[in-house]
Ligand binder design. Structure first.
Ligand SMILES: *Cc1c(COP(=O)(O)O)cnc(C)c1O
Length: 234
């Protein structure tokens, strides 16, 4: 059995166990396979094992890969953009991806909505939130989240689905949970405020169990599927 197939099976087992542990339906947690720095052949191997949703961080690399796997005859896949977005690069994102997890500014959301081609389904959006203790500077501050969420929800060619965060890495399970709980609290506040959200994009290879226990509906998993990344090749 290919290592990628084996890893996908192991992760599925982990997802099911974490969901059941916390009284959740395993089917309520979607696995997003983060294929950044890995080539089309790795994606095709995951596709052969049944995986259909893939995440990419770097635009040009992602576009090349989407084209390569299409040309290789892969079935329809769902591509998620999960990297930082420059405002002059929104058009290809709007044209080639189904989801964007990393919207943190109104201007970017407006451009994605304007540039989403007519006839395509609305672009599915998560707002990236800078929850406290986050190492990166990315994400909207929690106190600016509600205003941004209401503006994005009103844009015609986007569907605001939920929130995403990348907490600072923590070894301790309870510390991991505490960070994800912050995101879940913000999500529940927005829902109470009338926004029809259904997505919490949180948890990666090292902390997906804690994320699922705190309500993740999408876990973004890279190295646990594809192996260690070599950024020199990317
Ligand atoms: C790379 C990346 C992941 C996957 O990280 P792993 O630790 O390899 O599972 C998830 N989300 C984002 C935004 C990433 O950039």
């Amino acid at each position: 059995m290919s290592p990628i197939r084996q890893n996908l099976q192991a992760i599925t087992t982990t997802i099911v166990a974490a969901a059941q542990e916390s009284g959740r339906q395993p089917a309520s947690v979607q696995l997003l396979a983060v294929s950044k720095t890995f080539g089309p052949e790795a994606v095709l191997e995951a596709v052969a094992a049944g995986q259909r949703a893939f995440g990419e961080n770097y635009l040009q690399e992602g576009l090349d890969k989407i084209r390569a796997v299409q040309e290789a005859g892969a079935p329809a896949l769902e591509w998620h953009f999960i990297g930082p977005i420059q405002s002059n690069k929104t058009r290809p994102i709007a044209e080639h991806f189904a989801w964007v997890h990393t919207v943190e500014r109104e201007k970017i959301a407006q451009r994605l909505s304007e540039q989403r081609p007519a006839g395509m389904a609305p672009l599915q959006i998560c707002l990236q939130v800078n929850i406290s203790g986050e190492a990166s500077k990315s994400g909207v501050a929690p106190n600016e989240l509600a205003a941004l969420a209401h503006k994005v929800a009103a844009l015609p060619n986007l569907t605001l689905r939920g929130l995403m965060a990348i907490p600072e890495p923590a070894d301790d399970f309870d510390q991991q949970r505490a960070a994800f709980a912050q995101l879940r609290t913000l999500y529940e506040q927005l829902r109470a405020d009338g926004l029809a959200l259904d997505t919490l994009s949180m948890g990666m290879s090292a902390d997906m169990r804690a994320a699922i226990v705190e309500g993740a509906t999408i876990v973004r998993v890279g190295s646990a599927i594809f192996g260690a990344r070599n950024y020199d090749k990317a």
